[in-house]
Design a protein around this ligand. Sequence first.
Ligand code: SF4
Ligand code: SF4
Length: 231
Amino acid sequence: MIITQQKDIDEIYEMVKPYDKILIAGCDGCCQPPRSVEEAKVLGQLLELKARSEGKDLKWRAMTVLRQCDDRIAATTVRPYIKDYDAVLSLACGLGVVMLNKVFPDILTFPAQDSHYGGVQNNGNNFYIEYCESCGDCIIGETGGVCPRAGCAKHLSNGPCGGMVDGMCEVGGYTKPCAWVDIWKRLKEFDRLDLFKKYRPPRDYRTSTSPGYLEIHKEYTNEEEKTEEKA
Ligand code: SF4
Ligand code: SF4
């Protein structure tokens, strides 16, 4: 899931202020916390109040999209409404906002959210945590399933560094665990410290340069062929 945070209402209002009619699009995809039609309605009401305080009459409509980051879904869901509006305000992560700008190039879509990282929901600790930063060269088969790229503040390939104290990381003032200590504990538990001692070359950033392009594999796009193969 993409961990997002709604922008300050004043910042959002400044973006949409020049427009009289805005379409507010939630996203039912993977952005967290959820930003669906209910959140879109609340945002619309807040913006309407702000506009009214400036003597302006803002028209808005709230809707939601199954996944704004899928061009076909975004196009078919939003198209029936978009002609009646001057601008779109998206509650999706940045992927959804970029996609709406591409699918509907004749109208501007603005972001209502800041996108932080791809993360997991750890309900026990009440946190959304970044466990993977999509580096394109997964090495956690050697690190007990703990990611040193997302988990280590210095992205070290062979840790821990000298900044670790009592299992905690110096970056951030010893408030977060050192990923390399967690890796050591995991590998020790499974009697696989041979993996811990193994030298890993520095990360090759060529596997994660932007923009990423990966061809969509046929098996995910051609349902007919998939069925034939099974038969
Ligand atoms: S090594 Fe870490 S950042 Fe890279 S793919 Fe694996 S879990 Fe993700
Ligand atoms: S203390 Fe651990 S997590 Fe922090 S930078 Fe050093 S190796 Fe990485």
